[in-house]
Design a protein around this ligand. Structure first.
Ligand code: KG4
Ligand code: ZN
Length: 347
């Protein structure tokens, strides 16, 4: 079994995965959302302290699951990048201590690559080659994966990420954190005319993403309402959420469509495509990309809603691939890297 730890942002999570059949045996997670919600976003220092407090509790639960013996654990997997340095370190320290005490290998996992493996939790086989749209709180990317170890970034955001733009819109409307599910819910309940926010990168030839212009357009529309009214009422909040969400998703759709077409022109048509990351839980996005994949005869894979957001189960699932190739890390030199380097991504 592999014991995996995830603490790259505001979710503390530990999982145990069976190596032979990739079966998820145990998974536990504590989300800090309610605490950070008061501040309208993640406060790294608080997140770090909460990880330090909760990791031993989750480990105790995992140990109890194993009838008080960690002896079936053959490796420790840990997210080392990217993420918040002060939170990554909390998990890494525990992983190193466990690896040292149990005398078992340490496997370092890139969080972004880990999200791709959320598709294969509890599945023995993985699917490669695979094209991915990663939409998380920090990243919006198209990733081509030839294998678990050969991945490359084909397009990414020039500024904010898709998930982050939901968080910011929610914050501007004082709706709380994380913004994704809140904005989606407000949008769902709205049936009326939409504000015509501009579609990002409409005339941009390259394939890329951008959300800062859209975010700014939302800010200006809020200011406009506030110049006439004292506050933003529920109807206007829902109208802003629905209008923003539609344009943000249309933007992803347009850029992906360009990518699909480009791959056909290059005679490398996409066969298997997936959306992963926290924002892949958005049902409107799922529906829209399902339509796109149907139109281009592409097979779409989606993670179960439970494993879209950060979790240790996906980290454990990816670690099996590394374990089988004996890709272990040195306990003394392994470091937490807040920013994932492009070189690491390719290796
Ligand atoms: O992958 P994740 O859990 O954490 C990071 O690695 O960043 O992604 C969190 C992000 C947050 O920005 C959150 O607002 C967004 O995913 N998100 C959503 C939805 N659920 C979560 N964005 C849009 N729609 C959603 N339903
Ligand atoms: Zn994530």
């Amino acid at each position: 079994m592999i014991l995996s730890i995830e603490s790259s942002c505001d979710d503390t999570s530990i999982a145990i995965t069976e190596i032979k059949n990739a079966k998820l045996l145990f998974h536990t997670k504590i989300s800090q959302e309610t605490i950070h919600s008061t501040y309208g976003g993640v406060v790294p220092e608080i997140a770090s302290r909460l990880h330090a407090q909760e990791l031993p509790n989750l480990l105790a639960k995992a140990k109890k699951f194993l009838n008080d013996s960690l002896s079936p654990i053959k490796a420790i997997a840990i997210t080392t990048q990217p993420g918040l340095s002060v939170t990554l370190i909390e998990g890494l320290v525990m992983a190193k201590a466990l690896s040292l005490c149990l005398n078992i290998p340490l496997i370092s996992i890139n969080h972004l690559k880990g999200h791709i493996f959320s598709l294969f939790i509890d599945k023995k086989e993985s699917i490669f080659p695979l094209t991915t749209l990663l939409v998380s709180g920090g990243h919006t990317m198209i990733i081509e994966s030839e294998s678990p170890f050969k991945m490359s970034i084909k397009a990414q955001s020039l500024d904010d990420s898709f998930g982050e733009s939901f968080d910011k819109v929610s914050k501007m409307l004082s709706l709380g954190y994380p913004g994704g599910p809140i904005v989606e819910k407000y949008a769902l309940n709205y049936q009326g005319d939409l504000i015509p926010y501009p579609l990002p990168l409409r005339h941009f030839k390259e394939i890329a993403f951008s959300f800062s212009g859209l975010k700014n357009a939302v800010r200006l529309s809020i200011e406009k309402i506030l110049s006439i009214n004292e506050y933003i009422d529920e109807k206007n909040r829902a109208r802003i959420c629905a209008s923003f969400q539609q344009v943000a998703i249309n933007h992803l759709f347009m850029q992906l469509q360009k990518y699909f077409v480009k791959q056909i022109e290059l005679k490398k048509p996409i066969k298997d495509f997936c959306i992963v990351g926290g924002a892949s839980a958005n049902l409107v996005l799922r529906e829209k990309i399902t339509q796109l994949c149907k139109a281009y005869n592409v097979k779409l894979h989606l993670p179960s809603l439970e494993f879209c957001s950060d979790n240790a189960a996906m980290i454990g699932r990816y670690a099996i691939e590394k374990y089988n190739q004996k890709l272990f890390s040195n306990i003394y030199s392994l470091q937490a890297l807040p920013k994932s380097s492009i070189e690491e991504f390719i290796s």
